[in-house]
Design a protein around this ligand. Sequence first.
Ligand code: CA
Length: 333
Amino acid sequence: MTETLRNPISPTVDFERDGVQHGFLRLPYSRDDSAWGAVMIPISVVKNGAGPTALFTGGNHGDEYEGPLALSKLAGSLDPTAIRGRLIIVPFMNAPAVWAGTRTSPIDRGNLNRSFPGRPDGTVTQKIADYFQRTLLPMADLVLDIHSGGKTLDFLPFAACHLLPDPAQQARCEAGMRAFAAPYCMRMLEQDAQGLYDTAAEALGKVFVTTELGGGGTLSARSLAIAERGVRNLLIHFDMLEGEPQRGESVMLDMPDDGCYLCSESDGLLEMCRDLGETVQAGELVARVHDARRTGVAPVEYRARRAGLISARHFPGRVQSGDTLAVIAEVVG
Ligand code: CA
């Protein structure tokens, strides 16, 4: 019989206690500047009696800011008597990456959102994944993970869910996505679902909602407001918070197949010919990549492989072969 390894993370909060607690997930990490040190991942628990458990996270990638700010503001402002059930908030999920302002962890280069199910005896990032996989996710009924594009992508602000094998779970996720009330809702197709937190939460049967709310390694007043409105709307939708949801018009988008992705096959300078939120027809010019090593060379043209709305784009002005240049999603309503 193999013994199940214990995760080394210890919480300084009591998940069963009523009221508001602000504490840490303490992850031992011995290193040059702290022999018996730890990575202290902030966590807040707001609990009021019986009811569902919601697990809200930001900072899964460290260069995305709507989630960390909306959730730390929520954690600092919630009146526990206004909550029914339990809300667990981890605004800086991959905290070392958030502190460094990078997508992946500076400790082990770990991309938390490719590290699931994680390992209790692995790297720092793998240990964080394992703690979510085996401790936090099983406690949750509703899981929200707030993303945006980070330094290298920019998105139309959307809440998203995936196509799931269980239609009842799919319907619950879609209802959550709509309740978030972002300007766009996306049925998202992942190129790389293996190792995602999303996939881990969905496989455990949870209601899972994610977002992409902007990008470029920063945020705007508008994108933060969408996140702050969304988290409250979701709590109200699940009958965990009193109040009226703030709704607006949402455009429904779908990524029906791989043809949504436009991928660069060249290195150079990016000329976007169309912008985020614009509609293109199949075959229409979306971007050119210019050679920055010499003059007199024709740029490489990238044309839409399908008709739709430009929902994501490569953000920096320089582009490399293999970069996603744009995502073109179908408008479904
Ligand atoms: Ca992300």
